[in-house]
Design a protein around this ligand. Structure first.
Ligand code: FE2
Length: 320
């Protein structure tokens, strides 16, 4: 697909320029430029988020996906074929990863959405902790989120008074994808990136973990996932975090102070959105992109043979 090739070329040039400029951070504008070039598929499989009357949405997943037909979780062809596009996005996040979650936030997948306001839903195939950010020139488009959702209440019974409405154009937001959320209507051009882990995040073949890491996708370890799931409290303000754009600079220089979240430090698409599965661990000796991620607190460990037993690498052709 031509658009994808163009996005890939642009991403490669940006990454090269950033490297030549002393590993400067990737900007929001550079991410947006590549998203604008990316050729989106008409995804008809996301019925749970589709606005009323829509038959498809522009929603793609890069990184790992769970196959609908079996228990295999594999790297998407989109990521294999266009690694720099994925790398640009993962580098952007690494550059602005808040100190508070830097050691622990891993993910298997990135959901990329274009120009639709997802209706109220809970993510079907998401282990929970997710980072979201919107890009583009638009008005509206805030994320509504129910931080106290018990994950059981029927969506029709949700009370608007229980939601929080957050500007994810200016803020990077951490939330639990398993709690109800929807996007406000908007005018203009809007893209969003959701960094999350599939429920099968601990059932990924070792080869695919390593390949994902080469694209900068930091598949979480068991302790990392546990820490992130515990960080998000079950209700209220503990159920999410937001970090304004400015705080990203703290992540760029290890000697600067912690990025400060706007919520107090407290107690501390997959295409198959309806598939349910569960949470792994991986090696320490990965290629370079990964080393920037995991460190002291919860070092990554080598995945064991038992953990990957039964998992086989299968090439999945998605329609790109
Ligand atoms: Fe969602």
């Amino acid at each position: 697909m031509l658009g994808r090739r163009k996005a890939q070329q642009e991403a490669a040039q940006i990454l090269e320029a950033a490297k030549a400029e002393g590993d400067r951070p990737i900007s929001d504008e550079e991410v947006l430029r590549c998203l604008q070039l990316w050729g989106f598929k008409e995804n008809e499989n996301r019925g749970n988020v589709m606005p009323e009357g829509a038959t498809f949405v522009h929603s793609d997943t890069v990184g790992l996906i769970k196959m609908s037909t079996c228990e295999k979780t594999l790297l998407t062809v989109g990521t294999k074929r266009y690694p720099e596009f994925t790398m640009l996005i993962t580098t952007w996040l690494r550059n602005r990863m808040p100190e508070e979650i830097k050691q622990d936030f891993g993910y298997t997948s990135i959901n990329i959405n274009k120009n639709y306001a997802g209706r109220l839903h809970r993510d079907g195939n998401n282990a929970g902790p997710s980072l979201i950010k919107a890009f583009g020139d638009f008005r509206g488009g805030e994320l509504n989120y129910w931080p106290s959702d018990n994950k059981k209440l029927p969506l029709e019974e949700f009370e608007e008074s229980q939601k929080v409405t957050l500007d994810i154009k200016s803020n990077l937001m951490l939330f639990d994808g398993n709690r109800g959320h929807y996007v406000n209507a908007f005018q203009g051009e809007r893209y969003s990136l959701v960094f999350f882990s599939l429920r099968t995040w601990n059932k990924v073949p070792k080869e695919d973990i390593e390949e994902a890491l080469r694209c900068g996708v930091p598949v979480p370890t068991v302790p990392q996932m546990k820490a992130m799931q515990q960080l998000l409290g079950p209700s209220g303000e503990a159920g999410y975090r937001t970090w304004p754009r400015e705080s990203s600079s703290a992540a760029l220089n290890p000697t600067t102070a912690d990025a400060t979240s706007t919520t107090p430090r407290r107690k501390r698409s997959c295409p198959e959105d309806s598939v349910n599965v569960d949470p792994g661990s991986h090696g320490n000796n990965h290629a370079e992109p990964a080393t920037a991620f995991s460190t002291a607190k919860h070092p990554r460990r080598e995945i064991t043979l038992a953990e990957i037993a039964g998992a086989k690498v299968v090439v999945v052709e998605d329609e790109d």
